[in-house]
Design a protein around this ligand. Structure first.
Ligand code: XMP
Length: 509
């Protein structure tokens, strides 16, 4: 295992990814972690991440200096290296020239970290401060034109520092440098696979939950489905899932889910039909935030009422993913455990005195899909595109009514059918239809029509933080448009959304 200390860099997730790509398990911790705690975790190596601070700033995050004395190899990246230099008595200063962007790194002394790396490589720099003088026992192993101390090492102590970022794509041989650190310096074996993760995770859940009862809010998305299956494998019938049908789901969604999860996998699910409870307070509401708030509140009420019926429950399972955890433990982030607001069970754990079980908290989205496949989740569920908690309510722009939901459902079903048939479904982050609150004039069979407009949204993205509109083939767009206008009563015009995020968002509301 590799421990990554998070000094707040925007690239931390990438460091974790690179380590995982080498099939080595890693965990991100906040700088507050004590040397004692690290010793008890017995990692094979420690990576100190970069960060936006200057080491001399008043509130600059610092780790326990003793971590540099644990006889565990340490790799400091950018701010991480500066922290190490400062902690061991070297000098870090504001550089005359800020260095940002590509630089050519000349490797003077390869050692084990730069083994097999070209003598001159491109690297990505992003720093204001630089190391001016080294602590005792360190030597310079590489430099750039602006930064004479570009990489350092203390050979006996196995302490390494890189002023550049090996984790980003812009450092083409950065992956190899990190791999050298893992394999040659830390002697990690590349054994971490989804299979071993699944076995470990189930064992840990069994150990924690024992023969107590555990509840899970199932949304039908990948994360909650994988969590359900994993927990079910661990504790069987002691798991009860609650699925709230809010009346804002897509066509046939609840039925399909019931089939795959209840019938095929034998997981016990309580289906709560609460459509009326959601649709009634939504009547007449057009403001997007108000709509979201109503849906969030009603969900809480319905979920809670159902959860309270499950007597003696002691645990609540959640499909929290690694990016959420990283955000919450970040040196500049908030509390240590944040329940994403759209998971919608905010106050429940305290109220029912439930303990949280979050088996996916160290996984990325694509790893969750791999895990799902590994433990036998249906392909269709594994590859499901994300669907927002407020459902179709934020895709029926303006007032949400049964009638408008039904028009959108039909439109969306056709769109998804064509996207699936074309082979694009897995290539897209999301693809969906939006029903606009304006009408336009058309002509059908010599008759004037005055009907709704549907917008098609299809985006590619890695993490939904940014997204690009998908360059779908014209023929496919044509087929989708024709089918929608011909088959859905109430839509006589289809438009394609060609905005990216930012500045637009993926959902329209
Ligand atoms: P935006 O519209 O902010 O969406 O670009 C980013 C991603 O988040 C999804 N989304 C939500 N998911 N509850 C959720 O579970 C929500 O309230 C919610 N709002 C947006 C959206 O579908 C996209 O994938």
């Amino acid at each position: 295992m590799i421990l990554i200390i998070d000094f707040g860099s925007q690239y931390n997730q990438l460091i974790a990814r690179r380590v995982r790509e080498c099939h080595v398990y890693c965990q991100i911790e906040s700088p507050d972690i004590s040397a004692e705690r690290i010793r008890s975790l017995s990692p094979e190596g420690i990576i100190l991440s970069g960060g936006p601070s200057s080491i001399y700033e008043e509130n600059a995050p610092k780790a326990d200096k003793a971590i540099l004395d644990l006889d565990i190899p340490v790799l400091g990246i950018c701010y991480g290296m500066q922290f190490m230099v400062d902690a061991l008595g070297g000098i870090v200063k504001g550089a005359g020239k800020r260095e940002y962007g590509f630089a050519e790194l000349t490797i003077k002394s390869p050692g084990d970290l730069f083994k097999g790396i070209d003598e001159k490589i491109e690297c990505w720099m992003s720093h204001g401060d630089s190391t001016e003088s080294l602590p005792k026992g360190f030597e310079i192993t590489a430099s750039t034109e602006n930064t004479s101390i570009g990489a350092i090492v203390h050979r006996q102590k196995k302490l390494y520092g890189l002023q550049f970022h090996p984790e980003v794509e812009h450092t083409p041989q950065g992956r190899d440098i990190l791999r050298n650190f893992l394999s040659d310096v830390c002697r990690c074996r590349s054994e971490w696979t989804m299979k071993s993760f699944a076995i470990d995770a189930a064992a840990r859940i069994r150990e924690t939950v024992g023969d107590k009862k555990i509840i899970l809010g199932l949304s039908g998305g990948v994360d909650s489905s994988v969590t359900a299956l994993l927990v079910h494998k661990a504790v069987g019938k002691n798991l009860t899932c609650i699925f709230v049908d809010n009346g804002l789901l897509r066509k046939d969604e609840a039925e399909k889910l019931e089939k795959t999860l209840t019938q095929r996998l034998d997981i016990s699910i309580r289906f709560v039909n609460a459509a009326e409870k959601f649709l009634t307070p939504l009547r007449g509401v057009t403001d997007p935030e108000k709509k979201r708030k109503i849906i969030g509140r009603v969900f809480m009420e319905v979920f809670e009422a159902e959860a309270l019926k499950i007597k003696d429950a002691e645990f609540l399972a959640q499909g929290t993913l690694y990016p959420d955890v990283i955000e919450s433990v970040s040196a500049f982030g908030g509390p240590t455990s944040v329940i994403k607001s759209h998971h919608n069970v905010g106050g429940l754990p305290e109220k029912m005195k439930l303990k949280l079980v979050e088996p996916l908290r160290y996984l990325f989205k694509d790893e969750v899909r791999m895990l799902g496949k590994e433990i036998g989740l249906d392909e269709e569920l594994v590859w499901r595109q994300p669907f927002p908690g407020p459902g179709l309510a934020i895709r029926v722009i303006g007032e949400v009514t049964e009638q408008r939901l039904s028009v959108l459902r039909e439109t969306d079903a056709i769109l998804l059918d064509e996207i699936r048939k074309s082979g694009y479904y897995r290539k897209l982050w999301q693809s969906f239809a939006v029903l606009l609150p304006i009408r336009s004039v058309g002509v059908m069979g010599d008759k004037r029509t005055y009907e709704n407009i549907a917008a098609i949204r299809a985006v590619t993205s890695k993490d939904a933080m940014t997204a690009d509109w998908a360059k779908l083939p014209q023929e496919l767009l044509g087929t989708i448009s024709n089918r929608i206008i011909n088959e859905v009563r109430g839509v006589n015009r289809v438009v394609y959304d060609i905005s990216s995020k930012p500045p637009s968002t993926i959902e329209w509301e």
